[in-house]
Ligand binder design. Structure first.
Ligand code: FE2
Length: 291
């Protein structure tokens, strides 16, 4: 699947861009399904989760529990001062996460493909489990920044194995908030771990905190990163240690993307990771044949 040049690029740079990995029709089908999920989603009392301390705890509960569900997360800028939506729901959602690849047939078919399993094999990811998926809308006008980070901070195994598979569902440019990456940055150390630290004494979900491993600053965007402007259908494979970032989207076009993060089944996945599946929904290998 991957050429020698692509494999060398992944090894040397920590990422590789594979254009035309998915055809436009499949991108369109996933986009349509994501919009259907949003249309069908009723936020109910959770609509204004971003405004007070109590609501932040509620938000954290939803975040932690989304490991085994399909949940729609709002953009913080989606709400006005009274907690109402400034614009239609379908233009207010930040992302859908984090188990749609195991709970929705369209997402399942997009994720569990021989081609993706082959890419994982090519880069040396042994026994890949599809740990987490996100459909990211990067909405026009309000799509938020994703700060510079390493994925191994948030999805940690011993030894490190997390690998990101990022699919452009729409064209991504510097204007609508494309990915930026630090070439070679995967050869630097892991800066932080994001850990669950036990139950909130006030009665909410588990609390979380960052633990510093290496105080070396991450590259500062945008100057120390390079933009990955790619057309729809492109796959970008990201090493779990690679620092990457995406800017706000202040343009009038959305930048939909889909990501799947995989870990190696043979690596240890500590129970302090924020993302913990319920026993009823075990992780599946990437070479699972979709129904
Ligand atoms: Fe990431």
């Amino acid at each position: 699947m991957l050429t020698d040049d692509q494999l060398r690029c992944f090894r040397d740079q920590g990422f590789v861009v594979v254009e035309d990995f998915v055809d436009r029709a499949n991108c369109g089908a996933l986009r349509e399904r994501a919009l259907e999920l949003v249309q069908a989603w009723e936020p109910g009392e959770h609509q204004s989760v971003f405004t007070t301390d109590t609501q932040e705890r509620t938000s954290n509960t939803e975040f932690l529990e989304s490991a085994s569900t399909i949940w729609c997360f709002f953009e913080p800028d989606a709400f006005d001062d009274h907690g109402g939506l400034r614009q239609p729901k379908e233009l207010s959602i930040n992302k859908i996460g984090h188990a749609q690849h195991d709970l929705d047939a369209v997402f399942e078919r997009f994720t569990y493909t021989p081609a993706l399993a082959e890419v994982a094999h090519d880069i040396g990811l042994r026994d890949p489990l599809a740990l987490q998926s996100m459909y990211i809308f990067k909405q026009p006008g309000i799509g938020g920044e994703v700060g510079c980070h390493q994925d191994a901070t948030f999805l940690h195994t011993e030894p490190l194995s997390v690998t990101g598979f990022w699919f452009a569902i729409e064209d991504a440019t510097v204007h609508n908030g494309c990915l930026w990456a630090a070439p070679g940055g995967h050869r630097t150390g892991l800066r932080e771990l994001f850990k669950r630290t036990g139950a909130d004494p006030v009665g909410g979900a588990d609390l979380t905190r960052f633990e510093t491993l290496d105080p070396t600053p991450l590259p500062i965007p945008p100057d120390q990163l390079v933009p990955l402007e790619v057309p729809a259908g492109t796959l970008v494979v990201l090493d779990g240690l690679l620092p990457h970032w995406s800017d706000v989207n202040r343009s009038d076009t959305s930048r939909h993307a889909y990501t799947v993060h995989c870990i190696s089944e043979s690596a240890h996945y500590p129970d302090w990771n924020w993302l913990q599946r319920t026993p009823e929904l075990p992780l599946r290998r990437l070479d699972t044949v979709a129904a």
